[in-house]
Structure formats: structure tokens, C-alpha cells
Design a protein around this ligand. Structure first.
Ligand code: NIG
Ligand code: FE
Length: 410
């Protein structure tokens, strides 16, 4: 059985205590059997049965759990660099969307790409993502917006899950926006989602969650509620893109429908924060989206002090968050969402795993969970976030296997 020794500090990030409690063990060792952790603790207490086992040397570095990116839109055709320039020059995300850009332009580009080509693109991105120490990724559909194209994207996500060691959690986001062909018949599109898309997705077991973008420009609270209730009947757990561009009751709805998380929340009201706390909804901060769409940054201190668990994710997508660099998002979340470095580590590990319903499998270093962890050349979590580089010299263990770190080919 492999054993990793010579760890100066191992941050277990077990689900105990508050947002900032990451439960360090000094002079630690961790042992695993195939893909699962068998024992973790101070090396002085290493049971005799592991002493002669294959030793990996952490060379006195720190170890953190593999990072969990609990909100991405990984599968899409094309990119939108022109919109980035337009926003920098002063046009808003919404103005660009109204002029035919935004989500619908990626929908056009995604519809014309084959399942194989989408898979090739997403799996190349996933390799880069894993190299950053990210061992779990949630992936949403939402750039198809026809039954056929939504299923195409979800099948790509399933293939990623089958062929990659990275743990992939699929989310159905047919309610991302109203597609062009239904602009004057939005009710027909909602019916299509409920009568055809959700049953097909459930039938092929292509998603775990059903997500809806609640916004003035997308779906109303009432529409979202119907879609999410329908998803629940088919076994899909609710999630929400809530209160991103305006305060329209998305977080409150998340509490009402028993959503596992409410994500974005830039415009969330104090009252809705309390509803989230009462209902146990995790709040997911997405600093890249706030940054790229010039939104105010969610004040995570308010969530934490009200007893809401906070996760941090990239929201990786070609429009509002074109970076998949979760460590960079964590550093921004410290500076702009006001999470401390230890709070942000919990936000990108065990609480992120909780936001996608797999905190029993990963997100912390404890026996019975996947052997997903990262050895990092930094003296502490605080120092990592402060003297920031996404990848201080590090080594990623993905389900017990040491990842070969590749240079990007030019
Ligand atoms: O999470 N808010 C809605 N959806 C995405 C944006 C997708 C896009 O711009 O393509 C988001 O930010
Ligand atoms: Fe998103």
C-alpha cells in the first residue's frame, strides 16, 4: 500500500467546525489502497502495518485535499474574446447579450460542433484543469437548448466522467436562457424543458442536478420553480444561478425548493441570506464572473456570519468567466469576497464537494475518501494565497495516482 510521508502540515479539511477550520496535522503521513485513503494522521502514530509500504516523499511540503470546482460550463463550442474587449471598452454584459452576443452566440457555436469534437476540446481543457490540483469538476449543459443538443453536451460530460480520473458531476441547465427560436413563445420552451428534456435526461441518467438561471434576462422565479419541481420529480436535485445581475428572489427560491446550492449571489439581499442559512443552502461565490461582468463582489463575510457555508468556484465558461484557474479564483475570493485563506481552502474543498453532493467521497483527507490530494511547495495555506502563484511547485495525486505534470504544447 502506498504511503506519503515527510509532510510538514497536512490540512485535512474535514467537515467539522466553521468555515475557517481546516484541521491541520503536523508531521503527517497518509496511506491509501488503490483509489481510497486508508489512514491519515501524525507519522509518529503510523500503524506498523504500513511501515514497510511503498513510500512517497513529500519532502517537508504541505498537503491539501484535491480542489473541487463545483460550478463550470466546461463543454462549449467557440470562444468570445471580442466580447471581452467590448466590455473592457465599456459595454455591459447585458447590452452585448441583447445585441446577439452572450450565451446565445455560444449556443450557435455549440450546436454546429459534433459530440466528438466537443469531447476533444473539453477533455484537453480538463487535463489542464487537473494539472492545477483540481480533482473534481461539476459540468453543466446549457449551450444546446434543444433536446438533441442538450443531450449531446450531457453525453460528452458522461464520456469525460468515464475516461478521466477526475471526478465529474453532471448538471442539466436547459434553463440557461430562452433560445432564439422561442423568444416569442417562452412558455413553449419551458414546456419543452419539462415535457421532453428533463424526462430524457433522467431516462439516460445523464445528470444529477437541474440548474436554472434566474434573472430578468433569463427565467423568472415562478418559471424556475416549476422547472425545478419538475426536475425533482425525475430525481434531479435543484441548483440555481441566483441574484447575479439583479436581486430577483433567486436565493429565496433556492431555500424554498431545497436547492443544494445558490450560485453567484452578487445582488443577494440580507433576508435571502438568512433564508439560505435556515434551509442549509450552500452559497457559491464566483469571483471571475463578478470580475469579468463588472458586478460588485459578493461579501462572503455576511454569508459566513449568518451561518451559510460558502464554496468558491470558477464558473468557467466562454463569456462571463473564461478562466478555469481555481487557485486564482481562490486568491480573488480572499481579496474581493473577503474570505480568509483558510476559509477559502474549505470553500474549494469540502464545502465545494458538499455543493455538489459528494462530500462523502472527496473534498477532505480522511479514510474512506478518494486519495485526491496535492503536495505544495509553500509553507502554509496563508502563504500560498498571499505570495500567489496558481501552481507553486506541486504534485497532484488523483485517486491515488501521481499525475504526470505536462508542459502545455505550443
Ligand atoms: O454562470 N449566468 C449565466 N450563465 C453563465 C454565463 C454564460 C455565458 O456568458 O456564456 C454564468 O455566468
Ligand atoms: Fe454559471
Amino acid at each position: 500500500m502506498p504511503v506519503l510521508k515527510n509532510i510538514s502540515t497536512l490540512y485535512t479539511c474535514i467537515d467539522q467546525g466553521g468555515q475557517g477550520d481546516i484541521h491541520p496535522i503536523q508531521d503527517a503521513a497518509v496511506c491509501w489502497r488503490e483509489s481510497v485513503i486508508d489512514w491519515v494522521g501524525p507519522v509518529s502514530q503510523l500503524p506498523d502495518e504500513y511501515r514497510g509500504d511503498v513510500a512517497h516523499d513529500a519532502k517537508g511540503k504541505v498537503v491539501i485535499p484535491g480542489l473541487v470546482d463545483c460550478h463550470t460550463h466546461l463543454v462549449f463550442g467557440g470562444w468570445r474574446p471580442d466580447e471581452f474587449e467590448m466590455r473592457v471598452e465599456g459595454q455591459s454584459y447585458l447590452e452585448i447579450a441583447r445585441e446577439g452576443g452572450g450565451i446565445l452566440s455560444t449556443v450557435n457555436e455549440t450546436r454546429v460542433v459534433s459530440e466528438d469534437a466537443l469531447f476533444e476540446k473539453a477533455s484537453a481543457l480538463l487535463i489542464q484543469i487537473a494539472q492545477l490540483g483540481v480533482t473534481t469538476v461539476e459540468c453543466k449543459s446549457g449551450y444546446g437548448l434543444t433536446t438533441e443538443d442538450e443531450l449531446k453536451i450531457l453525453r460528452v460530460i458522461r464520456r469525460l466522467a468515464e475516461e478521466s480520473a477526475v471526478t465529474i458531476i453532471p448538471t442539466f441547465l436547459g434553463a440557461h436562457t430562452i433560445p432564439r427560436e422561442f423568444q416569442s413563445d417562452r412558455e413553449d420552451y419551458i414546456q419543452l424543458i419539462m415535457d421532453e428534456m428533463i424526462p430524457c435526461v433522467a431516462d439516460e441518467k445523464l445528470a444529477v442536478f437541474c440548474d436554472v438561471f434566474v434573472d430578468d434576462t433569463a427565467f423568472s422565479v415562478e418559471e424556475a420553480q416549476r422547472i425545478l419541481e419538475c426536475g425533482k420529480e425525475y430525481g434531479l436535485r435543484p441548483k440555481l444561478h441566483a441574484d447575479q445581475l439583479s436581486s430577483c428572489g433567486g436565493a429565496e427560491l433556492a431555500a424554498e425548493v431545497g436547492a443544494i446550492s445558490a450560485d453567484h449571489l452578487e445582488q443577494v439581499s440580507d433576508q435571502d441570506i438568512r433564508s439560505m442559512a435556515d434551509a442549509g443552502v450552500t452559497g457559491v461565490a464566483l469571483p471571475f464572473a463578478s470580475l469579468y461582468t463588472q458586478q460588485p463582489f459578493l461579501d462572503c463575510r455576511k454569508l459566513v456570519s449568518n451561518g451559510v457555508r460558502v464554496a468558491v468556484a470558477t464558473d468557467f465558461n466562454p463569456g462571463s468567466a473564461p478562466s478555469y484557474d481555481l487557485p486564482l479564483a481562490m486568491m480573488l475570493a480572499c481579496n474581493l469576497n473577503r474570505l480568509t485563506p483558510t476559509e477559502v481552502l474549505k470553500a474549494a474543498t469540502i464545502y465545494a464537494a458538499g455543493a455538489i453532493g459528494i462530500d462523502h467521497l472527496t473534498g477532505s483527507i480522511e479514510s474512506g475518501k478518494y486519495a485526491d490530494f496535492v503536495v505544495m511547495d509553500t509553507p502554509s495555506v496563508n502563504f500560498w494565497m498571499y505570495h500567489f502563484t496558481s501552481t507553486p511547485k506541486h504534485q497532484v495525486y488523483l485517486k491515488g495516482r501521481k499525475l504526470a505534470l505536462k508542459q502545455t504544447k505550443l
